[in-house]
Write a protein that binds this ligand. Sequence first.
Ligand code: ADP
Length: 425
Amino acid sequence: MANAASQRVPAAEQDVGANADRVSWDFGTSAEEYRKLIHYLPVALWQVDTRGASAAFDRLKAEGIVDIAAYLDAHPELVEHAQDVVRVTAVNREAVSLLRGSSASELVGPVRYVFSASPELAKRVMVAHFEGRRNYFEATRITAFDGTRIDVLFSTTYATPSQGLDTSLLMMIDIGERLKVEAQLRQLQADFTHAARISMLGEMATSIAHEVKQPLTAIVTNAETSLRWLARKDVNIQKLKQLTTRIVSSARRASDIVQRVRGMATKHEPGRAALDLNEIVDEALLFVRHDIEAWSIDLSVRYVAHPTRVIGDRIQLQQVVVNLLVNSIQAIAQSGGATRRIELATSAGADGSADFCIRDSGPGIADENRERIFDSFFTTKDTGMGIGLAICQSIIVSHGGAITASNHPQGGAQFRFSLPPGVAD
Ligand code: ADP
């Protein structure tokens, strides 16, 4: 084991010249002490005798095989064979505990059990070894002896041919807890976005309902009075004109209220910071990543190499991108089509504008709705409020830009917005 441990001397420490004796690893005292340290190391460790594979590798190299990955694809029996002839010769305490074993001897023998949950990993480990790489690592899964699947960070360190060693070290760290926390965090983010959107839309709807109640009541009262006047024999045109004028002005007021409350959603004056649209898109994606994964949507993002800076409010512009993404996700989810794809791109317009485009593989926008989708309260969804796009438009317009919707010739909706380039105050 002391020999195997000596392979772990980091490369940087091998080249320290005159100071080598001061900083290099000291195995002089006691191999037994090192054995103990390794035994109690809080990282699961396997010492693996790779002689069985080395013989096969030497033969393949002599035959002139260079593309080992392709060769192993064509000869899967070699990967199978290697898992029998490459053998675990020692393990530490943490390895026994990780695999829910009862003793180290259970883990000693053919290396096959390490790859039982992820047979392709065996091939990748062989490819890295054949190519003479120093290390290989990936996040993967193993099956413990009691059948539990465990997420681990798997890594292996190979001896270089010049070391004349046929020993590799495998290391694993249990990352199950970390992945769980990450998933919870993503779920929280998604819930938060959802809650933020709902609460903003909810607040708007409530204030609109509250404020338009008064002009609507006035409209109804005036209309009812008009009807009563119309029912009389001596129609008083003058009175009817007055009532109708009141109806028109109340309706105007209701419309103004809707506009004003919609404006409120875009929060007073937008901030005026110099912003990079690529960053805005990146941040917005954080909020919807969970939904994109949950619906198995294939996401492609193309960022412009030299983004134009725009002046504006980071949160508001994020809100626009999030709203557009949420709409695309909902369109794809509702359509239930086999292709689930969202393409995002930022670009620089000929006039120096910062442009954004989102295209989805949903059903697209019906022709008869094309003119109305930016209207407040226009929705085709059972539980929709029809405010998302109205807010997007208000925000983009308040930033001096424009937003348009169309259908892509190859299907799906496409939204584009364009913001003028700006110089910070
Ligand atoms: P809501 O999402 O509550 O319906 P929006 O204002 O965000 O409100 O959208 C208005 C309408 O525009 C939607 O109901 C839908 O008919 C249409 N729409 C928006 N985005 C898309 C899209 N990506 N694909 C197809 N239709 C869309």
